[in-house]
Design a protein around this ligand. Structure first.
Ligand code: DAH
Length: 378
């Protein structure tokens, strides 16, 4: 065997035994690199006679090709082995338990507010908002509760100190320069005034939001939620109010057998005023919702206040009562949530207890829609 042939065989053997890409690369440099022995052999061709070159040339090229092919083949082998080793060590164990489900839920108050928005949007109502830090003109005066009005005292208002009073700016269309006391709004009714002043008539809005009163027991918290409704147009009458409330309550409670009872009442901002009680019947025709009937659990549930917007309120808000009429209503959102979803202590709504939220909260995917029933629960 000639020298190149034995060196070739040594090299091919070493290539076959190489265990790493690095070792393979060292062998390649040793043979085929610029200063490698095969390269040196190729250089000797220049000094040969044409005849020698004819016989030696193909031999040397054959050695070069054999080594290059062996290196490429062994390299592919090593890479496949490395990939298989990685695949073996990186397996996904499908028998492991699934990762923890996302935490957190939608609070029932938020859910009910979304349900209300969905129901009223379908009736053509827009959602309006107003500030929680309100002035006494919007919260009381413009709602026909003058400073000396006894209804003001009944609201257990949180007032800000006198030095926080605001002075009506010159840019306002209202009584410029007048001092107004600031307070936490005691109801959502001031949004009626703000909406009428801002957009005039006709109007069709609901205004959900937080309200505040200095009061606390199982059914009262210092902060709670109301939704206000206001419709102003021409020729609006009590019939429109009753139909709207009936349609709303049937959609909200998702039952057709809802019965309403309208009782004469008094609110300074409506005339006439009606309080609305709700009930429904069981299979035997008895009303079963509510607690103030003849038997526990049988009777009417006092639900909301409403009425035809008082002409004085329209005037305060800059509308002409001979042209525009309307109705308004106000209802406690927390109370609606309690009735629909069965909680009995309002205070727990605002404790932030994870167990309560796990139990009564809603999935973020549970979006109220009319087509699937606004309160559909997964
Ligand atoms: N604002 C009243 C309250 O908080 C509720 C209310 C009653 C609102 C009658 C109205 C209404 O819009 O017409 O007690």
């Amino acid at each position: 065997m000639t020298e190149p042939d034995s060196r070739r065989d040594e090299t091919l053997l070493a290539i076959a035994k190489a265990e790493t890409i690095d070792a393979l690369e060292a062998l390649r440099v040793e043979a085929l690199g610029k200063k490698g022995w095969v390269s040196a052999l190729l250089k000797t061709l220049g000094g040969m006679t044409p005849d020698e070159r004819q016989t030696e040339g193909p031999k040397i090229q054959g050695v070069r090709a054999a080594i290059a092919d062996a290196i490429a083949a062994r390299k592919a082998e090593l890479e496949t082995a490395e990939l298989n080793a990685r695949l073996a060590s990186e397996t996904l164990d499908l028998t492991l338990p699934a990762p923890a489900a996302p935490k957190g839920s939608v609070h029932p108050v938020s859910q009910v507010m979304d349900e209300l928005a969905e129901i009223f949007a379908d009736l053509g109502f827009a959602v309006a908002t107003g500030p929680e830090i309100e002035d006494d003109w919007h919260n009381f005066t413009a709602l026909n509760m003058a400073e000396t009005h006894p209804a003001r005292a009944m609201h257990d208002t949180f007032y800000f100190p006198d030095h926080d009073a605001m002075t009506v700016p010159a840019s306002s269309s209202e009584a410029v320069g007048e001092k107004r006391r600031m307070l936490l709004r005691t109801h959502t009714s001031p949004v009626q005034i703000r909406s009428m002043v801002k957009q005039g008539a006709p109007i069709r809005i609901i205004a959900p939001g937080r309200v505040y009163r200095s009061d606390s027991d199982a059914t009262h918290t210092p902060m709670f939620h109301q939704v206000e409704g206001l419709v102003i147009d021409r020729d609006i009458h009590l019939g429109h109010l009753k139909w709207t409330l009936e349609t709303f309550l049937k959609a909200f409670f998702e039952r057709e057998d809802i019965v309403l009872r309208l009782r004469p009442s008094y609110f300074p901002f409506t005339e006439p005023s009606v309080e609305v009680d709700v009930g429904w019947k069981d299979e035997k025709g008895r009303r079963v919702l509510g607690g103030d009937g003849d038997a526990p659990g049988h009777g009417w549930m006092e639900l909301l206040g409403s009425g035809m917007v008082n002409a004085r309120v329209l005037e305060f808000a800059g509308l002409d009562p001979s042209e525009w009429q309307g109705f308004a209503f106000g209802v406690g959102v927390d109370r609606l949530a309690m009735l629909k979803y069965g909680m009995d202590d309002l205070r727990a709504f605002f404790d932030g207890d994870g167990r309560w939220l796990d139990h009564y909260g809603f999935s973020a995917f549970d979006q109220p829609t009319l087509s699937s029933g606004v309160g559909a629960r997964a």
